[in-house]
Design a protein around this ligand. Structure first.
Ligand code: UD1
Length: 417
């Protein structure tokens, strides 16, 4: 059990470096098995989910090591195409190994993934696309057995721009006969990052960042080195923590375009946002203003992963904010915990109405999921007095040395592991 101890009330001030992206690292780590080439990845965050992905690679027979922000993978000796339940349950993104194993081995056997409990989170879109490409998939007892020796390229129409389904199709298509075109693809920066890596290993792939991604033939390179993009959700979290505490924080090593919707709402809340070369400064007033209506949408819309942390920043904002969560049906699990701090939030289905209160008071909280836990940290930093967050390891799945990073900005926080 991780226990986060916080004393709120300090303004966050200073400058900090933002870690590499978890959600870009994981599919790229899975993609590293597509060809036997050696992969070096730079700027990889040191996180439990990254560890879990590297353990899966080692189970498959690969060499996979992390030294600081560098990961070295050699998948030449890969000798298995099955992943046991104990490894799969550690993170939802393990489902991405399905596409990668299909491309490398012509099949995969795995159990349904773990990860945050944000609702149903089915993988029907992944499976329908793979079946359309010729895979034979049996599902029984939570296990998936996929045989896909003769996979062929297809035109695939995704009814919803699922990030994971887009990534899985891109990976499986790498070794399919003929071209694959994904219509209605997810447009997230992590998809562009995956495309950049796949191009570097020798795959013809184009269109990432638009809703049509096409995958052609594969001429494997011997070795690649690839830098992971900055984490736009960690950047959003730090920006919201600065805003919540009336702070003045510069975030370095970020791509402001990747979280411009979050910055837009912080600006409407009264913050000054100063962008310069790969850095963003958030300068907040003593009290924020409510932002009216806000809805989560697939990229380039407002990211569902930043919804809990922006909600936390707005708990003391003057006026009323209404959030509509359109991506996950169970993404308000942080609300009862935020209410323990004195927040005035009413949830009805997908809508949450927040009335800014004058003051939040520290309390004992329990982290419900990764971003919900981060939201509790943001809110507790803005609350008077002490808070304790009991966390079954959710927050450290996505935030690298978060206590140290926030302490360097003046927060009174420490993590007891
Ligand atoms: C990824 C991110 C996650 C983020 C989410 C949405 C990673 C590791 N995780 O998750 O942090 O919150 O994108 O931006 O990158 N859906 C289906 N059927 C499917 C697939 C998805 O109905 O086959 C639904 C899901 O239940 C959910 C929505 O589509 O309601 C979005 O899911 P998706 O975009 O696939 O998210 P993930 O890839 O799981």
């Amino acid at each position: 059990m991780d226990i986060w101890h916080l004393r709120g009330g300090n303004r966050l001030e200073g400058s900090c470096f933002v870690q590499g992206s978890k959600n870009a690292s994981l599919p790229i780590i899975a993609a590293s098995i597509i060809s036997p080439a050696a992969t070096e990845l730079l700027n990889v965050p040191q996180l439990r989910d990254v560890d879990a992905a590297l353990r899966i690679l080692r189970h498959l027979g690969c060499t996979a090591e992390q030294w600081g922000g560098e990961v070295y993978i050699d998948s030449q000796a890969l000798c298995r195409s099955e992943i046991p339940h104990s490894l799969m349950v550690e993170m939802r993104s393990s489902v991405i190994f399905m596409g990668a194993l299909i491309a490398r081995c012509g099949g995969a056997r795995l159990s349904l993934p773990g990860g945050c409990q944000l609702g149903k989170r089915p993988i029907d879109l992944h499976l329908a696309a793979l079946r359309q490409m010729g895979a034979e998939i049996e599902e029984a007892g939570g296990e998936i057995n996929c045989r896909a020796e003769g996979l062929h390229g297809e035109e695939i129409f995704l009814p919803f721009p699922s990030v994971g389904a887009t990534e899985n199709i891109m990976l499986a298509a790498a070794r399919a006969r003929g071209d694959t075109v994904i219509h209605g693809a997810a447009r997230e920066p992590e998809i562009v990052a995956l495309q950049d890596y796949l191009k570097a290993i020798g795959l013809e792939v184009a269109g990432a960042g638009t809703d049509t991604v096409s995958i052609g033939c594969f001429r494997p390179e011997k070795a690649v080195s690839h830098r992971i993009i900055p984490d736009r959700i960690v950047a959003s979290t730090i920006a919201c923590a600065a805003a919540a505490t009336g702070g003045n924080v510069e975030m370095r090593g970020v791509d402001p375009a990747h979280f411009s919707t979050v910055l837009h709402f912080l600006k409407s809340a009264g913050c000054d946002i100063i962008n310069s070369n790969r850095s963003v400064r958030v300068k907040a007033p003593a009290r924020l203003k409510a932002v009216g209506e806000l809805e989560t949408r697939p990229y380039p819309g407002f990211p569902t992963d930043a919804q809990p942390v922006l909600m936390a920043a707005l708990l003391r904002a003057e006026g009323r904010t209404v959030i509509t969560e359109n991506i996950f049906e169970n993404r308000y699990r942080q609300v009862p915990e935020l209410q323990r701090l004195g927040a005035d939030i009413a949830v009805s289905g997908r809508r949450a109405e927040i009335w800014g209160v004058d003051c939040l008071r520290g309390a004992a909280l329990t982290a419900t999921d990764l971003r919900g836990g981060a939201a509790m940290i943001v809110a507790a930093l803005a609350a008077r007095g002490e808070s304790t967050i009991f966390d079954d390891g959710h927050i450290t799945r996505g935030y690298e040395r978060f206590d140290m990073r926030l302490r360097s900005l003046g927060a009174d926080i420490y993590l007891e592991c």
